[in-house]
Design a protein around this ligand. Sequence first.
Ligand SMILES: [Fe+2]
Ligand SMILES: [Fe+2]
Length: 294
Amino acid sequence: MRHQVRMAQMTFLPQSQSPDGLEFGARRRSFDLDGPLASDWHGGSAYRTAWFNAMSLLFPLGEKFFIDSVCHYQDRIRDPRLLGEIAAFRAQEATHRVQHQKYNELLCNLRDYDLPRFEKNERERMAWAYRELPPRRRLAGTVANEHLTAIMANDMLLHRDVLTGADPQVASLWEWHGIEETEHKAVAFDVFVAVGGTVSERRQALLLNTLFFFKDTLRNVCIMLQKDGKLWSIREWASGFKFLFIKPGMLRRVFPAWLRFFRKDFHPWQVDNRELIDQWKRQQDVTAVPNDVG
Ligand SMILES: [Fe+2]
Ligand SMILES: [Fe+2]
């Protein structure tokens, strides 16, 4: 009996559900954004540029929250593979924060935008979440946000038309971020499951966090268009609607993947898109830059 108890303590079920052979870590990258961020870098379109800039503005605060909520549970994880993935997740998200902070500061300096104004709502909501929500609810929020970033990254990398016309340096930043979001897409999810997170918690979290994502992104798009004198331009809004919902229609295309999260047996790696990572790596080998360690 004593022997059985000791065996139970020494063994564990694998908690990482990532596919065999998947390995990832942070890459050092630098991007030359001074030129493109001064103007409408996405094919001269004010709306498309504002949409991506608005998403970038959410990342530094959001990704700190993601790291904190996953690492909070690190001591409860026994699977060495998942522990390694948590370390890699943390390193990748920390690098994303640094690059997007640089992006956001540069953008606001170059275009005379007010950075604290863009971050105000998200900062207040994060403070509320740290104060009021139990750790597992915060982790459920992270799982939901990781699903949103993973499905948008998959669409961007798979179809390659979302960044058509974009400045190559800014596009390469978005692709690099999209690749790393793909690599670590299941880390928060696997930790959530390992610590007893429920299906209903993550379903609620996706509904709420999708709402917050649209609210914050659209708010920031409006602030930017207003500053540029284009807030009431029907042409800009029509072209933005077409871009998001019709052609290429990223938000329309990701909707089935968004819905899949509500299934009881959902796991992020049910869609095995490792080929996109391999393709990107092959492309990087061809156009390697000196600071490339990935
Ligand atoms: Fe990230
Ligand atoms: Fe992420």
